[in-house]
Design a binder for this molecule. Structure first.
Ligand code: AMP
Length: 285
């Protein structure tokens, strides 16, 4: 069967209905497209675990701030289709903003938003990206309602996003299991990101300091240092001449609370700008 590429909610619903009638399990991989090997790893995992795989490709306008890169975000649907086809996904759902949100003004004056808990939003990426996670939670819930997946696949790379989605699923009783997939990196350590295409040669060199800082923190942790202030300073030393640091945060990966003493399951998350490009990365100790 050849892959179905559609921008129609109705067409997705019809296919999902047939899948449900056939008792197939359904996996959803939400993406913004410009697919790379990181996305491919999620789609492969979905393929392993589910009978039918839906990949959504949607650059979601309501998760971008006014000064962010919504307009210039890479859109490569023909290539994305090839990636999905090669892995054996069944449907690519690539709606237009109008298909998702109608003609309404894209604000909570006119459309319903999902508001994740303030404690999860007012930290890390949410501090600089006001409203971002409301937009993410809203679109992901819409995708869950359209596709009704048994499993949905998210990357550890967007750790805060994944934590917020898990909380939403719990709080709103969504019947889906969230599966976390590890970060895929270039051979030199740079975490794959659709935004890496913005990087000049020099930016890319500088961006490498992010994964190097994480490695340095991990190395010190493994040598017995658990004080997060010391670990922060070690990371900062690696980053300071290369990127504009937004945060290095140490959080418990189970409950997302700040930790002072690093231990097993501590998430170390970094956001920084290389040139004008904002990048995120993390490790779990
Ligand atoms: P995006 O298209 O950036 O919204 O990402 C879609 C999904 O792919 C999210 O769940 C991301 O966490 C995941 N993802 C992005 N980059 C990577 C990566 N390098 N490795 C693994 N998963 C990733």
């Amino acid at each position: 069967m050849s892959i179905i590429l559609t921008n129609s909610i109705e067409e997705v619903r019809q296919n999902i209905k047939a899948y449900k009638e056939g008792k197939y399990t359904i996996g959803l991989v939400p993406t913004m497209g410009a697919l790379h090997a990181g996305h491919a790893s999620l789609i492969k995992k979905a393929k392993e675990m589910c009978d039918k795989v839906v990949v959504s490709v949607f650059v979601n306008p309501i998760q971008f701030g006014p000064n962010e890169d919504y307009e210039k975000y890479p859109r490569t649907i023909d290539r994305d289709k090839k990636v999905c086809e090669e892995i054996g996904a069944d449907i690519i759902f690539a709606p237009t903003p109008k298909e998702m949100y109608g003609d309404k003004k894209l604000s909570n004056d006119e459309i319903t938003y999902v508001c994740p808990p303030y404690n999860l939003v007012d930290c890390l990426c949410g501090k600089s990206r006001i409203g971002h996670f409301d937009g993410v939670a809203t679109v992901v819930l819409k995708l869950f309602n359209i596709v009704q997946p048994d499993f949905a696949f998210f990357g550890q790379k967007d750790a805060q996003q994944q934590f917020i989605i898990r909380q939403m699923v719990k709080d709103l009783n969504v019947n889906v299991e969230i599966v976390s997939c590890p970060i895929v990196r270039e051979s030199d350590g740079l975490a794959l990101s659709s935004r890496n295409s913005y990087l000049s040669k020099e930016d890319r060199e500088n961006a490498l300091s992010i994964s190097k800082a994480l490695n340095q923190i991990e190395k010190l942790y493994k040598s017995g240092i658990t004080d997060t202030e010391i670990l922060f300073d070690a990371g900062f030393d690696v980053l300071k001449d290369n990127v504009y640091l937004e945060y290095i945060e140490f959080r418990d990966y189970e409950n997302f609370e700040k930790v002072k003493t690093a231990g097993k399951n501590t998430l170390v998350a970094i956001a920084a700008k290389a040139g004008k490009t904002r990048l995120i990365d993390n490790i779990i100790l």
